[in-house]
Design a binder for this molecule. Structure first.
Ligand code: UD1
Length: 425
């Protein structure tokens, strides 16, 4: 069913004030999946209110877990999980649901998870997830749209030395979760170093896992027999924070983002400084305030952490659209992640795409238009563009936005934005 919800954004000048970051979507998803590995209840704190969290919670409940939510705390009691098949109806709602494969396989010796379908931003295969599990001794088959992974009867996964061919965030997380309960030692090389991988590893260690090398591209995991329950607080969402940083820059405002790990935002801070913004960093806060009349053009290339995140690319394209001169953005992670460019062009941006490079000529002003969000970060880019456009921007396909931004209307309104959600008659 096509949703009748729309977001109306009016260009309303500088955004000012403080905003608090929520817990990270890309950390809480693997961490929720990891609760399957525990033998007792796990309480997660700082859990963002997001559609993706609801979907993963439903998958856990469908497997047999008891999930209780109280404010930003979610408790998962995995003791009732006996089912090892994650069904298509739920999994197809979110690609990251493949993250339950490793934990179910490690705990029960078999797992069946529907293959996540295609995705707007590229083909996004899961071969690296499966190769890693095969390296730990799993037998993998793909049948009727499901991945069937098994270890011999009464057997456990076996530690091994495995190197990923491609740097993959959820791939590393999935294999890491599988290795935690394997016999012996597993060494994973060429692991993604994204902070969300580290947050998962820290949570697993909190429950009794033995993972060394956290934050590096080599994780060494000494298998344990079981994980206990416990508590863990999810890291702040660096992509949400980066999005508010760009909002401060684009509106020539003055925004303080609270509850950050500024180190996670070094690439974003660097690029904003290159564009001419002040970015002040304290222990847990970042302040962004440009004091020039026009932002400067940028050259950006997306790459694995600690370099410039693909999840910030769309937001910087919106910023480049109103910066002075010619910017280029090269997308190296996903092959089809420029769909927001067309929507920005409808708002008056001057953007040309040649394969993996976007060429953006800054224009003096964008104008409000009716646009459609094409994926999660594209929706953020359209909101940012709407904040600086003349007139009203009407954004449709909000299910993308709701997957990943906790209370964005409320947070932006508190900073002075004119933004509201309506339902068309
Ligand atoms: C995660 C993030 C997503 C982010 C992306 C890149 C979550 C829930 N999502 O997605 O927000 O944009 O990292 O930082 O954390 N690849 C393969 N084979 C595989 C897996 C990946 O070839 O088995 C390729 C992909 O096609 C892509 C690259 O590896 O070109 C990186 O993708 P990956 O890091 O796996 O992205 P996700 O983990 O899906």
């Amino acid at each position: 069913m096509v949703s009748k919800e729309r977001l109306l954004v009016e260009g309303n000048g500088a955004l000012k004030g403080s905003v608090r970051a929520s817990g990270a979507k890309n950390a809480v998803l693997p961490i929720l999946a990891a609760t399957i590995l525990a033998s007792e209840p796990v309480t997660l704190k700082n859990v963002p209110k997001l559609q993706d969290v609801i979907v993963l919670s439903k998958i856990l409940e469908d497997l047999g877990a008891k999930v209780t939510t109280e404010g930003d705390r979610v408790t998962v009691d995995p003791s009732g999980i006996h089912k090892t098949r994650a069904n298509h109806d739920l999994v197809s709602q979110m690609r990251a649901s493949i993250l339950v494969l490793g934990p179910i396989l490690a705990k029960f010796g078999e797992a069946e998870v529907s293959l996540p379908g295609g995705c707007n931003i590229g083909s996004r295969p899961v071969d690296q997830h499966l190769l890693g599990m095969e390296a730990l001794g799993a037998d993998i088959k793909i049948e009727n749209g499901y991945v069937h992974a098994t270890v011999g009867k009464g057997q456990k996964l076996q530690g091994n030395h495995h190197a990923f061919d491609v740097v993959t965030v959820t791939g590393a997380e999935n294999v890491l979760m599988a290795a935690v309960l394997a016999s012996g030692v597993t060494i994973l090389d060429n692991c993604a170093k994204e902070p969300e991988v580290s947050d998962l590893a820290l949570m697993l260690n909190q429950l009794g896992a033995k993972i060394e090398g956290i934050g590096t591209d080599r994780l060494t995991i000494t298998g344990v027999d079981k994980l206990s329950g416990g508590e863990y607080s999810v890291m702040p969402d660096r992509i949400e924070i980066g999005t508010y940083m760009v909002a401060g820059a684009m509106t020539f405002g003055d925004i303080v983002i609270e509850d950050c790990v500024p180190e996670h935002l070094e690439a974003v801070s660097y690029s904003l400084r290159q564009a001419g913004c002040h970015v002040d960093v304290t222990d847990r806060e970042i302040r962004v305030y440009p004091d020039l009349a026009k932002l400067k053009a940028l050259r950006i290339k997306t790459a694995p952490y600690p370099l410039f995140a693909t999840d910030m690319q769309a937001q910087f394209m919106a910023m480049a659209a109103i910066s002075e001169g010619s910017s280029t953005i090269m997308e190296t992670i996903f092959e089809n992640r420029f769909m927001h460019a067309n929507e920005l062009v409808r708002m008056g941006a001057d953007i040309k795409i040649d394969n993996r490079i976007a060429f953006i000529e800054g224009v003096p002003k964008l104008s409000g238009a009716s646009v459609t969000a094409t994926d999660l970060r594209a929706s953020a880019a359209l909101i940012l563009a709407g904040l600086v456009a003349d007139g009203t921007t009407t954004i449709g396909a909000l299910h993308h936005l709701d997957r990943g931004y906790d209370s964005i209307e409320e947070k932006l309104t508190n900073l002075g934005a004119k933004i509201k959600r309506i339902t068309l008659a």
